[in-house]
Structure formats: structure tokens, C-alpha cells
Write a new protein. Structure first.
Length: 115
């Protein structure tokens, strides 16, 4: 069982920045493919970014050049730095761990971009 706890959401103005963090449990964190997903009201949950244990990264086209995913295997943390935020980024953001094709999810953290 893997537990994930997110933090760092909130309200930000368009053009602003936020940093999300996710702390994971488990003894083999470096084996997990970690990711961030988001779900806006009335929409499906979509991929934002993923990062493998050895640092291979994938971003959705909508966030490329604005968001940066990173991880610290020793601290069992994965972060999402979000810059140049716009109202379309408003959603609940979920941390995900893919552990040998089993998905674990955090409780989600709300990000609202509004003036």
C-alpha cells in the first residue's frame, strides 16, 4: 500500500505561480512512476506530467514550457512547479504513483486561478 499526501494548492492570479508537493510512503519510492493529474469540474481526470525513478519526464501539451515536475527519491517527494498559470489550469490536482501497474492516488489539492 502506498499513501500519497499533496500540499501547496490555493488561489492565484493569472500569470502567477504555485508549487505543489506530494509525499509518498513505501520503501521502494525510486521504483514508482510518479505523476500529477488534474480534474476540472465536469471533466475527466487528465494527465499533467509524469516522471520515472531515473528522471524520464512526460508533459501534457497544455503545460509544456510552464510546468516542471521533479522528484527527490531520498525524501520520497515529487513536486510540480507551475508558472504562468491561467484560468484553464483551475482544477483539483492529484498526485499519482504507478507501482507495477497499480495506481495509487492522493486526496487532491485545489488550484484556482482567478483575478
Amino acid at each position: 500500500q502506498v499513501q500519497l499526501v499533496e500540499s501547496g494548492g490555493g488561489l492565484v492570479q493569472p500569470g502567477g505561480s504555485l508549487r505543489l508537493s506530494c509525499i509518498a510512503s513505501g520503501s521502494r519510492f525510486s521504483w514508482y512512476v510518479m505523476g500529477w493529474y488534474r480534474q476540472a469540474p465536469g471533466k475527466q481526470r487528465d494527465l499533467v506530467a509524469t516522471i520515472t525513478g531515473d528522471g524520464r519526464i512526460n508533459y501534457s501539451d497544455s503545460v509544456k514550457g510552464r510546468f516542471t515536475i521533479s522528484r527527490d527519491n531520498a525524501k520520497k517527494i515529487v513536486d510540480l512547479q507551475m508558472n504562468s498559470l491561467n484560468p484553464e489550469d483551475t482544477a483539483v490536482y492529484y498526485c499519482n504513483a504507478d507501482v507495477f501497474d497499480t495506481d495509487y492516488w492522493g486526496q487532491g489539492t485545489q488550484v484556482t486561478v482567478s483575478s
